[in-house]
Design a protein around this ligand. Structure first.
Ligand SMILES: [Zn+2]
Length: 224
């Protein structure tokens, strides 16, 4: 199967399976309904198409899971999305919260060679403007990040902020000095879903558990 056979909708659905899925490859259809903001019938039809293309399977009780081929294709789609986001922010000056929405207007139409040139012109960035890793084109697994709450005191990480984060939350994070790509160190973590204290730019900040769960982290031992 060639990537060109996939419609923009197919690609957005694959991207959503990866973004909204718990482990990046498996998702419950209900999450896609909310995440893609389409009807359950539309999700069913899109998933059937991906199944017919050999990219996704429905696993009873688990949800929809990407096949090996589906993962490979999704890696390419995500790589392209994150490079285009970088282009919008680094070269055109858009805010990182605007990039996510603008990118799908043209990312799927770009020839592969143009994507590669953008990547090189941008200086081969490691992450998208939200702080998520740009996977290498031949990777056969999706880079998954852990949540801030999974780290232990002493751990150092770079923060990634999901692009669907509420603007008010983004504003609050900015007050704490937390933005995509910022390096933090976990100072303390209280048990039983308590808050996490992090050191950011030399200042200690307390992050509530709910907020800490929303933040992804890229640790130096990352494997992608
Ligand atoms: Zn991004």
């Amino acid at each position: 199967m060639h990537l060109q056979e996939l419609t923009a909708q197919d690609r957005e659905t694959l991207k959503a399976i990866s973004v909204f899925g718990e482990d990046g490859t498996t998702v419950r259809p209900g999450r896609l309904v909310a995440g893609l903001d389409v009807s359950p019938a539309t999700v069913t039809a899109r998933l059937k198409r991906l199944h017919d293309l050999g990219l996704a399977d429905h696993v009873p009780y688990a949800g929809v899971t990407l096949t090996e081929q589906g993962i490979k294709v999704t890696v390419t789609i995500i790589r392209r999305h994150r490079i285009v986001e970088r282009f919008l922010v680094d070269m055109l000056g858009y805010g990182w919260e605007e990039a996510e929405e603008l990118a799908p207007h043209f990312e799927h139409a770009l020839p592969r060679d143009v994507v590669q040139r953008l990547y090189e012109t941008l200086g081969k960035p490691e992450t998208c403007p939200h702080g998520f890793p740009i996977p290498s084109p031949d990777s056969d697994s999706l880079p998954m990040l852990r949540s801030l709450v999974e780290l232990d005191p002493g751990d150092v990480a770079e923060i990634a902020v999901p692009s669907n984060t509420d603007p008010e939350v983004v504003e609050y994070l900015a007050e704490l000095g937390v933005h995509p790509g910022v390096r933090i160190k976990v100072k303390d973590k209280l048990p039983f879903d308590g808050p996490v204290t992090i050191t950011v730019n030399g200042v200690d900040q307390t992050v509530g558990n709910k907020l800490a769960r929303m933040l992804s982290v890229m640790t130096p031992d990352r494997s992608f």
